[in-house]
Design a protein around this ligand. Structure first.
Ligand SMILES: *Cc1c(COP(=O)(O)O)cnc(C)c1O
Length: 454
């Protein structure tokens, strides 16, 4: 499989190069040259990792054989706390939660990050190279990345997180792993400051070359690909009638994977873009105007995003893969903080997607309501998805359960008056010794720190 940039001004690459590069040099995102088709009826009740290899191999076929890939997926997903991998829980007549939080950091990002780490390792091993991964996090991405890469001999990983703005649990998940080559760094600043540090490091080409930087944020195609698998495997669990998905959405990665699954032949009915009060996507689908507002802090922090990076990949498809048009839209966004989606592109999106923004009150009520009726405790992100799951007009709706409620105890307590139970693997993290560095927003010092430690 070859990969092209959504902005059309970068070379076509094979999978391995697209993986290691992350972002295309023209600022665009890599997308597969064509969409492979998978006969979902041929998938069997085999273990998740086997199905994952079958579904994903067409994307990686110029890099590894299918047997090599099954070895990787088996290794990547060995540390889940249930053999089922993604239990499907029925909460109402037609409503289900797909629990995607049984991995090591109790959020769905483990699925993508664990596979990405294996793919990176294999490539670096073959090339006999080392890479320095730098990333900014507001919480879940950093812990998933550290957990996934901590055992790698070929990777040093530096994760920047904002002081006092990640929860205690999230911080401890990043700082108590004691892995070799793992460097959590608390920055005296905001998440945006952390992200700017990472951008500046990438833009410094001398530094970039000297330490061989690698990117693992959610624009990396390898991460999106990994998330396609659970749409296929969960679809098979419901035997009759149309199936829709409601997806708690921030950067548009997880739901884009659902759209890719549909494109690959899975007959998904509707994909619901469920957002919190940061409603840019719901407004865009409603009015055609994509316009950046200020990001609000909500009880579902991993979705407090205004610029949904992966939306560019959907725009590219909605505009019939016209990269010139995408380039123009992205330039407009940079200059004016908004653009208008053309009528034909908007109706393309409306064929597959519905969108709804859920308020803080609705989120809290949803958690309370479900708890009262069923005893099940939703985390605030999943609750946003569940609250939007009555949008499709018929058939079953699967809401993606993106995090375990114990990761967000205060939001849960404020909704149902009690704390969620803490799973054993999280208790261990809470009791572990923390090790991390503290730094100010000083690029030169940060560069020295990285160079000294690799
Ligand atoms: C990252 C995250 C999301 C949003 O996923 P995107 O792929 O960015 O849309 C939702 N819920 C949780 C718990 C997350 O960590």
């Amino acid at each position: 499989m070859k990969y092209i940039s959504t902005r059309g001004e970068s070379k076509k690459l094979g999978f391995e190069d697209a993986l290691l590069r992350g972002l295309a040099p023209d600022g665009g995102l890599y997308v597969p040259d064509e969409w492979p088709v998978i006969d979902f009826k041929k998938l069997s009740d085999e273990p998740y990792w086997k199905n994952a290899a079958d579904i994903l191999h067409p994307f990686f076929n110029d890099f590894i054989t299918k047997d090599e890939l099954s070895n990787l997926t088996k290794k990547a997903y060995k540390s889940f706390d249930t053999d089922e991998m993604t239990p499907l829980i029925q909460l109402d007549d037609n409503k289900y939660i797909l629990e995607l939080f049984h991995g090591p950091t109790l959020a769905f990002k483990d699925f993508a990050m664990l596979l990405l780490a294996e793919l990176f390792d294999l490539s670096l091993e073959k090339k006999n190279k080392k890479v320095t991964i730098v990333g900014a996090t507001s919480g879940d991405t950093g812990s998933a990345a550290i957990e996934a890469f901590k055992g790698s001999q070929n990777v040093n990983i530096f994760i920047f997180f904002p002081k006092d703005r990640v929860s205690e649990i999230q911080r401890k998940q990043m700082t108590s792993t004691n892995g070799n080559g793992v460097f959590p760094v608390e920055i005296d600043g905001t998440f945006d400051d952390c992200q700017n540090i990472v951008k500046s490091l990438f833009n410094d080409s001398d530094f970039n070359k000297s330490v061989n930087l690698g990117a693992i944020n959610s624009i990396n195609w390898g991460r999106i690909a990994a998330q396609i698998v659970y749409y296929f495997t969960s679809f098979r669990l419901l035997k009759n009638g149309p199936v829709s998905y409601s997806v708690p959405t921030g950067n548009f990665g997880d739901i884009l994977a659902g759209w890719a699954a549909k494109k690959m032949g899975l007959p998904i009915d509707t994909l619901v873009i469920a957002t919190n009060e940061n409603d840019i996507l719901a407004r865009a689908l409603d009015t055609g105007l994509y316009s950046i507002d200020n990001a609000k802090a909500t009880m579902s922090p991993s979705m407090d995003i205004q610029i949904s990076s992966n939306f560019e990949r959907l725009l590219f498809e909605a505009y019939n893969r016209d990269s010139l048009k995408v380039r123009n839209l992205m330039n407009e966004l940079k200059e004016n903080k908004k653009f208008i989606i053309e009528e034909s592109a908007l109706s393309f999106m409306k064929k597959d997607f519905l969108a709804k923004s859920i308020s803080e009150n609705e989120t809290r009520n949803c958690i309370a309501d479900v708890y009262k009726k069923t005893g099940y405790i939703l985390d605030p992100h999943t609750a946003v998805g569940y609250a939007a799951s009555d949008m499709p007009s018929g058939g079953s709706v699967i809401t993606l359960g993106t995090a375990h409620p114990a990761k967000f105890p205060l939001a849960v307590e404020s909704s149902i008056g009690r704390l969620p139970e803490i799973p054993d693997r999280l208790k261990k993290v809470m009791d572990g010794d923390e090790k991390f560095s503290k730094m100010g927003i000083n690029l030169e010092k940060i560069k020295d720190f990285i160079s000294l430690n690799i």
